[in-house]
Structures are given as structure tokens and as C-alpha cells.
Design a protein around this ligand. Structure first.
Ligand SMILES: Cc1cc2nc3c(=O)[nH]c(=O)nc-3n(C[C@H](O)[C@H](O)[C@H](O)COP(=O)(O)OP(=O)(O)OC[C@H]3O[C@@H](n4cnc5c(N)ncnc54)[C@H](O)[C@@H]3O)c2cc1C
Length: 304
């Protein structure tokens, strides 16, 4: 569900890795970091930026996920070959950081939004404890197709817009940006305490949009901004309706070239990842009455 016509590399297939939960750490009221690694993580190697992987999760009623054995080759093809309706559910997560270890293994940090809608990924994350095992479809080479942030060489400045699900991808992108590159960044989170310290050598102007503080989180925050001169590249990720609206604003109202806007739907209000994929493939607009502006609901706060 990414829209861009920017050049992508040769297809480097994702591979299956059987990983172990090493530790968990709460980053804020809405976000939990889970570090994976251990035996089986050897050979995991991502490309930074918005590199993502897929978790293989059990379906409701299954004790364990039905996953192909972790051999070399395209893990997705082997997952597809399993019986539909039985094979593991896939959920995408950004690789916030990866650290090679002296023993040859790799530690991988994933940041989970603990949303209250009880999907298999957020359910798994809530219960995750050191020693738990999980299979992932992950990168084995740095330049693979799950890296979408690809500013063309003539980019003068970058626009980044992310909600809480895309915060870890945006943070990794900021770490990757070259020193001095101007960047205008809008990051939306449910609660004040979900904000994070971010590292970047870019000349970034970062604005936090905190829903519980009543921030205007739709397209209006960007619409109101005076943007830098020069040739832009935009990266937008988050909930479907907001992604769609901002892409429309940038291309139709600001005159951004469509191929210079990478927009990715990370989740769709009211639809599970499977339902969203089905709606997308059937060309159905999955609005479900979702408004572009969302109220912030922090743990302990009652939705209005
Ligand atoms: C490339 C990519 C990278 C991603 N990276 C991350 C990441 O690093 N961290 C992260 O937290 N998410 C990330 N996401 C989003 C994540 O995959 C979705 O939120 C996913 O739907 C969660 O799966 P689930 O099983 O919990 O819920 P699902 O079974 O998919 O959905 C169940 C219900 O929960 C709702 N729902 C799903 N997500 C949310 C949410 N965040 N807030 C409120 N309601 C929700 C759905 O609308 C649905 O009604 C990424 C998505 C993509 C495509």
C-alpha cells in the first residue's frame, strides 16, 4: 500500500528468521519496545531508514503460528504456499535499530503501538516476555524492497509526516539523513509522554502533534506551514485517511511531483490488516466514517 514511482532496487526477497524476545521496555504510555535476537538472528541485515519486516502470528484459536521452516530463499513465497486460512497472519513493523553482536547474532528493536483494538500483533506485544519465540520475514541484505524512503539525488529538502505507528520508521529515517539537509517533520502521538528524543544530523524542524493536547493532526498542520524553497521529497506514513489526505494536499495543492511523494498506509481505522489488504485489492475505499482528525486517547483517559 505504498504510492510512489521513485526507483526501487532489484527485488531482494525477505527471509525467515526464528527470533527470541531478548527484552521489552516501555517507551511511553502508548509504545512498547521489544528487542528480538538470539540464535536464528544471524544473517539478519536491514537497510536502515523505514526498513520493515513482517511478524508471523497465530490466528485466533491457534496456539502457535503456522510458519514455513526457516530455510534460505524467499520466505514470502513459502508462506504463500501454506494453506490459506491456516498459515500465519502477517503484520508489518519497522526496524527501529539493529545491532550486530560479537557472537554473530543481531539484536533488532521494534516499537509497538499498544492500541486497544486487540489485533493479533498488539495482543502478542502486550504479552511478550524474554524467551518467547517468533518467526519474522526479515531482510538479509541492506538494499531490499521493504525500504521505501528513497529521496532522489537532486532532493533539496525533505518533508516527513508520521503518526505513532510510523514514529520508529521516521526516527530511523532522521538518523539516516545527511548532515545539513533541511527537513520539515510532523510527528503525531497520542500522549505528551509518547514523545521521544530524536537524533539527526539533518537541519530538521520537528513539530510534535500531541492528540491528548488537542493538536490539529489532520492535513491542516502542514497546510498552514510555509515550506522551504527547492526540490522536495516527501515521506508520509500512518493511518489510511490521513495519508491519503496529505498526499492529495502535497500533489494537488502544493504541486509536488507524484513520484517525489512516498506515501504508505500503515493501518486503516476499523479494518484489520487482512481486511485492509482485501479492500485495497478490490479497490474499495476503506473510509468507514473515519474522520481525518482523531481525538487523542491515552491510557487512563476515556474516549469522548
Ligand atoms: C510498512 C509498515 C510498517 C509498520 N511499522 C509499525 C511499527 O513500527 N509500529 C507499529 O506499532 N505499527 C506499525 N505498522 C502498523 C501495524 O502493522 C498495524 O497497526 C497493524 O494493523 C497492527 O496489527 P494488529 O494485529 O495489532 O491489528 P489488526 O488485526 O491489523 O487490526 C485490528 C483492529 O485494530 C485497529 N488498529 C490497528 N492498528 C491500530 C493503531 N495503531 N491504533 C488504533 N487502532 C489500530 C484496526 O483498524 C482494526 O480495527 C506498520 C505498518 C506497515 C505497513
Amino acid at each position: 500500500m505504498t504510492s510512489t514511482t521513485a526507483a526501487t532496487p532489484e527485488v531482494a526477497p525477505l527471509q525467515l528468521f526464528d527470533l527470541t524476545v531478548v527484552r521489552t521496555k516501555r517507551l511511553g504510555p502508548s509504545i512498547l519496545r521489544i528487542t528480538l535476537g538470539g540464535p536464528g538472528s544471524e544473517g539478519f541485515r536491514g537497510g536502515g531508514r523505514d526498513q520493515s519486516l513482517s511478524l508471523l502470528l497465530p490466528r485466533p484459536g491457534q496456539r502457535e503460528s503456522v510458519a514455513p521452516a526457516g530455510e534460505a530463499g524467499s520466505g514470502r513465497e513459502r508462506w504463500r504456499a501454506l494453506t490459506e486460512g491456516e498459515r500465519a497472519l502477517l503484520r508489518s513493523y519497522a526496524v527501529r535499530a539493529e545491532r550486530p553482536r560479537p557472537d554473530g547474532s543481531t539484536e533488532v528493536d521494534l516499537d509497538f503501538v499498544l492500541h486497544g483494538d486487540g489485533g493479533p500483533a498488539s495482543r502478542w506485544a502486550r504479552k511478550a516476555a524474554p524467551g518467547d519465540r517468533i518467526t519474522v520475514l526479515g531482510p538479509a541484505v541492506a538494499d531490499d524492497t521493504a525500504v521505501r524512503f528513497r529521496p532522489p539525488a537532486d532532493t533539496d529538502w525533505v518533508l516527513i509526516r508520521a503518526d505513532e505507528t510510523a514514529l520508529s520508521a521516521a526516527a530511523a529515517v532522521l538518523e539516516w539523513l545527511p548532515a545539513g539537509l533541511p527537513a520539515r517533520v510532523w510527528l503525531e502521538v497520542p500522549c505528551t509522554e509518547d514523545r521521544q528524543a530524536l537524533n539527526t544530523a539533518a537541519k530538521a524542524r520537528i513539530r510534535w502533534l500531541v492528540r491528548s493536547e488537542g493538536a490539529a493532526c489532520g492535513v491542516e498542520a502542514v497546510r498552514a506551514a510555509a515550506l522551504p524553497e527547492g526540490t522536495p521529497y516527501a515521506w508520509i506514513a500512518g493511518e489510511a485517511s490521513g495519508v491519503r489526505a496529505l498526499r492529495h494536499h502535497l500533489v494537488q495543492e502544493r504541486g509536488f511531483a507524484p513520484e517525489r511523494v512516498t506515501s504508505t498506509t500503515y493501518w486503516t481505522r476499523g479494518l484489520s490488516a487482512e481486511q485492509a489488504r482485501k479492500a485495497e485489492s478490490e479497490g474499495v475505499s476503506a473510509e468507514n466514517g473515519a474522520s481525518e482528525h482523531r481525538e487523542g486517547v491515552c491510557p487512563g483517559q476515556v474516549a469522548r
